[in-house]
Design a protein. Sequence first.
Lengths: 121, 293
Amino acid sequence: MNKPAQLELVGRKIRQLRRQRKLTQVELADRIGVHQSDLSRMEQGEYKVGLDTLLKILATFDLSIGDFFDEGVRSETVIQKYRSLSASAQKEVESFIEFKRAQEEDGSWDSDGGESEGDDV
Amino acid sequence: MSELNSRIEELRQQALEKVRSEEFDDALALYDEALDLATDEEVRELITINKGHALIAAERTGPEVKALPMILMRRRNPHHTFLSSYALMYTHRLTSESKRAIFYGQIALEAAKQAEQTFWQLAALNELGMVYELDSQFPKAIECFESALACLDLVSSAADHNVSHVAIIGNLGYNKLLVGETREGLRLLHSVIDQLPSEHLKADAYVDLCYGYLDLEQYETARRFGEMSLAIAGEPRQVRNAHYLLGEAAYKMGDVDAAEDHFEHLARFYPQFRHLKSLLFAIDLRSMLNLKL
């Protein structure tokens, strides 16, 4: 993978939640006080933000762990197990997930519709 | 130089000194006095740029700040082009308008090169590096800081050399951490940390070290530096970063009570976010973070 897994994961999740809440990038960017272009890059895993901004975004959606991982309590357990692994073991797990995802999705991994960089501009 | 011109230049130099010591009101008063005396357009333009920069450094605005783009467009000479574009880069960095800051930074760097002024190049490169860092363009930031260090070898003033060296190495070290060159980043940060001139800068550097040692899975060391940062952290940003990374370090060490305590402190900044603490136990946000923002 070219991008750190968590960066990509959180970015895609923010984009998905924003769409579910029917917010444009401009609306969410205004709400949390960042530039729309920076939010766009963050959703694509290309832009790092300050902790305050990141937590304000997550607070906007009032996320729970279940919301974040879509699978409720069961995924919470899986995630906790994952988090208890060493960094190198976590990378192995991530690689395996990527491998399985590529297998299942036949190359088109972006289930969120592959939003373009200029979305909502 | 006439007596009047000597007096104007003397006032300008005194004002520059006041800016360096962050006595901004005194500096602005001296610039106004110089402007009252100056009639030559070029001299007035230089004082206007200097005053604009002082206002920006004091986090204020005024007609001199608004005049900077027009002065830059006029491009009367390389010195004024450099100073005005540098000031514009600086003000746009402070307001997180990174694209504009990069635009003006590139002009400043080009003007410094054309004028063959090594110290201007050094200043432009260091500032431009910080802008690239804010814009998550970390490899470009590293290029800028490394080029700035190369310029530094050519600067003769010992005072300039020392202050700039510490600042540039600190910036370079942090960016090395962000691109995964963790050991090199830590080495650079350790090499300057005792020379950092303020508690504010030290709090940032300690949290950078905490971040780096977390990456190396050296959690005890990470925790030690996180606690050192928290002890002197002044800004809310620094307090939040320290609590977050300390929570991560404690969690990784299996010290759930300490992790909970740090995440609880962080959660108090966001009372409307009911699930924050439990979310922090489940996901690792470090790869999303720029600790300087």
